[in-house]
Design a protein around this ligand. Structure first.
Ligand code: MF3
Ligand code: CO
Length: 249
């Protein structure tokens, strides 16, 4: 069942989402060669708690940290560690917070110092795919119009979309219905309605779409070792026009 949110509930979700966005902004400023992903995790947890939020991922299905920090060929769910970032890496920062019982969820992928031009293109195209998907989140469209638009944009640039993970509805739970795939034919799935709140999150690989999970049971990596990027926003569908991006400052 898809749980529609009232305007008041969307305002609460906007608070949780703003906290996520502010935390990501603070994290981005700390990304540089020499920093460990554990240091970024500490900053994220302190930032969220100091502003009255609760880290959403810590303890979720026993996930051990606040942040998902996914470097290079890591697609999503990289666990912060003593790994030291180096010039030329890319790092996905995925974060959730709970405020007044509602979740916000967002992710960005950023360069560490100077990166290869094709890697920069991967980041740009994945973020563009997210925004093009978001543009489709209007009343009257169907869910897979979002999915299809994301896939088409990523593949037009010669990249592939990950099919093993999907976006999701979000509200009083981190993951609600519907699932939001990043691939598929247009015109399928539920009609989009006012009050739907979705976390749209394309994951795009430079090589082929295959992923596997490391022995830590969390970290998803590309099977071919190619780079992968991930961008995510929590958005609310409005009575008319484009959606409100709750996780954008
Ligand atoms: N953004 C991811 C998601 O919505 C993060 C979940 S990671 C977990 O699924 F640690 F919470 F599982
Ligand atoms: Co998510």
């Amino acid at each position: 069942m898809i749980i529609l949110k009232t305007p008041d509930e969307i305002e609460v979700m906007a608070k949780a989402s703003k906290l996520v966005a502010e935390t990501l902004q603070a994290l981005k400023r700390e990304v540089r060669p020499g920093v460990t992903t554990e240091e970024l995790d500490r900053l994220a947890e302190d930032f969220i708690r100091s502003r009255g939020g609760i880290p959403a991922f810590k303890g979720y299905r026993n996930y051990p940290k606040t942040l998902c920090a996914s470097v290079n060929d890591q697609v999503v769910h990289g666990i912060p560690s003593k790994r030291v970032l180096k010039e030329g890496d890319i790092i996905g920062l995925d974060l959730g917070a709970i405020v007044d019982g509602f979740y916000g969820d967002s992710a960005v992928t950023v360069p560490v110092g100077a990166i290869h031009p094709r890697a920069a293109e991967l980041l740009r195209v994945t973020e563009e795919a997210l925004y093009k998907g978001i543009e489709q989140a209007v009343v009257g469209n169907r869910l897979s119009d979002i999915s299809h638009t994301i896939q088409r944009h990523a593949e037009a640039a010669g990249f592939s979309v990950v099919t093993d993970f999907v976006g999701h509805g979000i509200g009083r739970q981190l993951h609600e219905e519907p699932q939001v795939p990043n691939f598929g034919k247009p015109g399928q799935g539920p009609r989009l309605q006012v009050g739907m709140v979705l976390a749209i999150e394309p994951m795009v690989n430079m090589g082929s779409d295959g992923v596997r999970i490391l022995d830590d049971q969390w970290t998803a990596v590309t099977r071919d070792g190619s780079l992968s990027a991930h961008f995510e926003h929590t958005i609310a569908i409005l009575p008319s026009g484009p959606p409100r991006i709750l996780t954008k400052l």
